[in-house]
Design a protein around this ligand. Structure first.
Ligand code: 5GP
Length: 306
C-alpha cells in the first residue's frame, strides 16, 4: 500500500490519472495512509476495477512479481495489452509477463525502489509529506523498523533525506504500531500462551492458529501481521513458522535468522516463496494435516536448522 500510493502521489503531480487497485481488501491499520480512501478493492468492486484496467495505458505492478500472487485478479492482468512495468524486490520474478521493470532482491522494500525511481528521475523536489509518509511506512514495515540486514546504508540515507524534507517519523510509527483495538492485543497474548510450540532441538517455533480463535477474538485481515516476529525474541531460535486457518486456505508465514533459507523452504513444501529470511506459503490441507506436513519438513531440515 505504501509503495503504490507513493508512486501515485508522484505520477499525479505530472498530470497522470493514477488509480491504485488492491487485489483484495486490506488491513484497517493502513487506512491512515494518504490516498488510501481512493484505492479500489478488486474483489469488492470488480466492474469498477476492470473498467479502470481496460482503459489503462500503463500498469505498474508493485511488490509482487508473478501475476498469480494477485489471486482473483490474475486472469484480468494476463489479458491486458497495455505496457506492464514491474517494481519488486522478491526472488524469481516472472520476467516474461512484464515489458519493463526492476526486480532487485538487494532492496529493502518496494518503497525504497519507488524512492530510487523518484530521485533517479531528477524530480526529488516532488517528494511531499504524502510521498514521504508512504515510503517511510513501507520501509519500516519491511525492515522491521531498521533491524533486518536489508536496512543497508542507503535505507538510512533515504530516511535522513525524507526527514530533511519534513517527514514526521514519529507520526508514522504511532499510526503503524499504536493504532489497534484491545482484542488484537488479547489475541496476541492468547496465541503466545496457548498456540506456540517451541522445538529447541530444531531451533524452531511453530504457531498454528485455528479459525475458532480468529472468530472468538474478532480478528480481521491484517490483525495477525507481526505475530510471526514475537518468537524470534527467544534465545537461539532460528526459524519461526506461523500458519493461520483462513477460509480459503491455510496461510503460512516463515521468518529466519542467518543461514536458513525461508524462500527455498516455502517453495519446496508450501507452494510459496518470498525472501531468504522472510517468506510465505499456502496449503489446501486441513490445519492438522498442514501442521503435520510442517513437522515432517522441519525434521528433514534438521541439519540446516542447527
Ligand atoms: P508475510 O509472512 O509477511 O505474509 O510474507 C513474507 C514475504 O513472503 C513477503 O515478502 C511476501 O510477499 C512473501 N509471500 C508471502 N506469501 C507468499 C506466497 O504464497 N508466495 C510467494 N511467492 N511469496 C509469498
Amino acid at each position: 500500500m505504501g509503495s503504490t500510493l507513493a508512486l501515485k502521489h508522484f505520477l499525479a503531480q505530472f498530470g497522470h490519472t493514477v488509480t491504485v487497485i488492491s487485489p483484495t481488501n486490506w488491513a484497517g491499520w493502513v487506512n491512515w495512509l494518504p490516498g488510501v480512501k481512493e484505492v479500489v478493492d478488486f474483489e469488492k468492486d470488480k466492474p469498477k476495477a476492470e473498467a479502470i484496467l481496460d482503459k489503462a495505458e500503463w500498469l505498474f505492478c508493485l511488490d509482487f512479481n508473478i501475476f498469480h500472487r494477485t489471486k482473483t485478479m490474475t486472469e484480468k492482468l494476463k489479458q491486458l495489452t497495455c505496457t506492464k512495468i514491474l517494481i519488486d524486490h522478491h526472488q524469481e520474478p516472472d520476467v516474461v509477463s512484464f515489458d519493463y521493470g526492476v526486480s532487485d532482491t538487494s532492496k529493502s522494500s518496494t518503497c525504497e525502489m519507488v524512492y530510487d525511481l523518484i530521485t533517479g528521475s531528477g524530480y526529488a523536489d516532488k517528494i511531499n509529506t504524502e510521498i514521504g509518509e508512504c515510503i517511510y511506512a513501507g520501509v519500516i514495515g519491511d525492515t522491521g523498523s531498521f533491524r533486518f540486514d536489508s536496512a543497508h546504508a542507503g535505507v538510512h540515507r533515504l530516511t535522513a533525506d525524507l526527514k530533511a524534507r519534513g517527514l514526521n517519523h514519529g507520526r508514522v510509527h504511532e499510526n503503524l504500531f499504536d493504532n489497534f483495538l484491545e482484542n488484537r492485543l488479547r489475541f496476541t497474548g492468547h496465541v503466545l500462551l496457548n498456540r506456540m510450540e517451541v522445538f529447541y532441538e530444531y531451533n524452531t517455533v511453530l504457531i498454528a492458529i485455528p479459525k475458532s480463535d480468529l472468530m472468538k477474538y474478532h480478528i480481521k485481515t491484517g490483525d495477525t501481521e507481526g505475530l510471526v516476529n514475537y518468537p524470534q525474541s527467544i534465545q537461539g531460535i532460528k526459524f519461526v513458522a506461523l500458519v493461520i486457518d483462513r477460509d480459503e486456505e491455510r496461510k503460512w508465514s516463515f521468518r529466519s535468522k542467518g543461514e536458513f533459507d525461508c524462500n527455498t523452504f516455502a517453495r519446496k513444501y508450501f507452494e510459496g516463496g518470498g525472501h531468504y529470511n522472510a517468506s510465505g506459503g499456502r496449503s489446501s490441507d486441513s490445519l492438522e494435516k498442514t501442521v503435520a506436513h510442517f513437522k515432517q519438513a522441519m525434521k528433514e531440515n534438521e541439519k540446516l536448522l542447527q
